[in-house]
Design a protein around this ligand. Structure first.
Ligand code: FDP
Length: 342
């Protein structure tokens, strides 16, 4: 896509305008959703700005231990979480919040309650911050069953019930990728006007890709299907060229590349992490939802990831995300491993 031409456009398609347009085509959709989204966007803008300044932390005391006034400063992930939680509660549209940073789900006080549940990881990949690697904010949105009596069960739903999901990548630019169940669109923050502008309309993941993405340092612990799959990537038996390996170690950045260029992102269960590493509610579900909406797939190895039913809010799962055909290959390897066991 021609970004230069896109930025020169005078008819700016902001994220709010885009979502409102979508609603006018579906009158049953509620304007509350646009308001909720604008609060999520605010949180993302704040985090993006804070991440950009992170390198200056030691100089000007933005984050870290103690600033020049002797005040205790908050770590970036803690600060990001606080801002996100407050932005969501102040929308008066949320009921239950689940954050990677909070052990328990937050039940919003009744006077400020609305009908949405939001699950999120405010700063995913935060172990990469000090070396300037792209990190991200991931979120998923559900509807509560009864806002007068919210319970944790309202968020322990299958990922198929999500109303929307997205992530914001805080990298060389700030990119917000969103699906409300009708395809995937990408918006880039124009810092001069403080608006996210549609730059990647209707993202479709290529049907097959040339890249695989996995932490190869865990090879010793892998199960057979993962080991076989990676071997096939390096030494294809069908005469095709080997795939390239790209692994950033920051989920949003690795998934963003997979969404745009195709290929596969793998975080399997292994002997070290028998349940996998990534979290079902705010990593596996939103990313699987986006991948499916873009024409790709998200599986746990044995099943469609969105069909999982989490038992606790911080459950983990193995996850394979990416191009349709690449996922079919790893699915077949898991199916044949199951058959051999039976
Ligand atoms: P991080 O630990 O830096 O927060 O779930 C967290 C995550 O990063 C993902 O963003 C990333 O894909 C994954 O962990 C990386 O894990 P490994 O270091 O085990 O490869």
């Amino acid at each position: 896509m021609d970004h230069a031409a896109e930025t020169q456009r005078t008819d700016l398609m902001t994220i709010t305008r885009h979502v409102l347009n979508g609603q006018s085509q579906h009158p049953e959709a509620h304007s509350d959703f646009t308001i909720l989204l604008s609060h999520i966007v605010l949180g993302c803008k704040f985090i993006c700005n804070a991440v950009k300044k992170a390198g200056l932390a030691k100089l000007i005391g933005l984050v870290g231990e103690t600033n020049v006034q002797g005040e205790e400063q908050k770590k970036l992930d803690v600060l990001s979480n606080e801002v996100f939680v407050k932005a969501l509660i102040s929308s008066r549209l949320t009921c239950i919040l689940v954050s990677e940073e909070n052990e328990e789900a937050i039940i919003v006080e009744s006077l400020k309650r609305g009908r949405y549940c939001v699950v999120f990881d405010p700063l995913d990949g935060s172990s990469n911050i000090d070396c300037g690697v792209s990190v991200g904010t991931i979120f998923g949105i559900y509807m509560v069953k009864d806002k007068e009596n919210p319970t944790v069960d309202d968020v322990l739903q299958s990922g198929k019930n999500m109303l929307a999901a997205g992530y914001c990548m805080h990298g060389s630019s700030c990119t917000l990728v969103l699906s409300t169940g009708n395809g995937v669109n990408g918006f880039t923050l124009d810092p001069s006007i403080g608006e996210f502008i549609l730059t990647h309309p209707n993202i479709k993941v290529p049907k097959k890709g040339k890249i695989y993405s996995i932490n190869e340092g865990n090879a010793k612990y892998w199960d057979e299907p993962t080991a076989k799959y990676v071997e096939k990537c390096k030494f294809p038996e069908d005469g095709s060229s080997p795939k390239s390996l790209r692994y950033i170690g920051s989920m949003v950045a690795d998934v963003h590349r997979t969404l745009l260029y195709g290929g596969i992102f793998l975080y399997p269960a292994d002997k070290k992490s028998p349940k996998g590493k990534l979290r079902v509610l705010y990593e596996v579900f939103p990313m699987s939802y986006l991948m499916e909406q873009a024409g790709g797939q998200g599986i746990t190895g044995k099943q469609r990831a969105l069909e999982l039913l989490p038992k606790t809010i911080h459950d983990r799962s193995p996850i394979f995300l990416g191009s349709y055909d690449d996922i079919e290959e790893i699915k077949a390897l898991y199916a044949s491993a199951e058959e051999t066991k039976a």
